[in-house]
Design a protein around this ligand. Structure first.
Ligand code: GRF
Length: 204
């Protein structure tokens, strides 16, 4: 079933780009109905415009770290008006609250640059490096009420190399992010999965 995506971001939008590329290549049955960013000059908006994808700045003031109140209401209204059935958080630097999660029950996805449940929160690749991990990676998961705690759809691992800096490790993780997000969305599009408690059972 063709997914009707709404993408929420705050930054560069490289993950959104990987989704656009997969759609253009015919490997993902989806369309991006709208892109919303909480940062007025975010590069993700520029990328959306370049691909003629409808996009808007979402004013989230006065909240700094959450999508709440009027901003949350606006967001849900815009997504619904655009006919979105699946919400893709792609570098969206805000905590989403129950309003959005109830409006899109089990249809909000996030990508996190770590092998969850290790290293939730910010700068997780630096945390992995500082911890002395030999393996790091990326997780695409459904969003629940916690922070980076929802059922896992796809994970990819990358090695941590002896001479890695936070930048080189993050760059290696991002290569896998761009594989993982389209892969997770293909699973959603196929409908060949069930959420069983906190496990996503996938039949391929
Ligand atoms: C990615 O590292 C993602 O895992 C994290 O935020 C970053 C977003 O990058 N949640 P981009 O905006 O998609 O390039």
């Amino acid at each position: 079933m063709k997914l009707k995506l709404g993408v929420l971001g705050s930054g560069a939008g490289s993950n959104m780009q990987s989704i656009v590329d997969a759609i253009d290549a015919g490997t993902l049955d989806a369309e991006i109905r709208i892109v919303l960013a909480d940062v007025q000059d975010a590069k993700i908006l520029e990328r959306a415009r370049r691909h003629s994808i409808p996009c808007r700045y979402l004013d989230c003031a006065p909240w700094k770290t959450k999508l709440e109140g009027r901003a949350e209401e606006d967001c849900i209204r815009i997504l619904k008006e655009a006919g979105v059935d699946t919400v893709v958080l792609a570098g969206f630097m805000r905590i989403v609250k129950p309003g959005l999660l109830e409006a899109y029950k089990n249809r909000v996805l996030n990508i996190h640059p770590a092998l969850l449940p290790a290293f939730p929160g910010v700068h997780s690749w630096t945390q992995a490096l500082d911890y002395g991990c030999k393996v790091a990676g990326v997780t695409v998961h459904f969003v629940d009420a916690g922070t980076d705690t929802g059922p896992i759809i796809v994970q990819k691992a990358v090695p941590v190399l002896e001479d890695d800096t936070p930048e080189t490790l993050h760059a290696r993780i991002q290569v896998q992010e761009h594989v993982a997000y389209p892969e997770a969305l293909r699973i959603l599009a196929s409908r060949a999965y069930r959420i069983e408690g906190r496990r996503v059972a996938i039949s391929r």
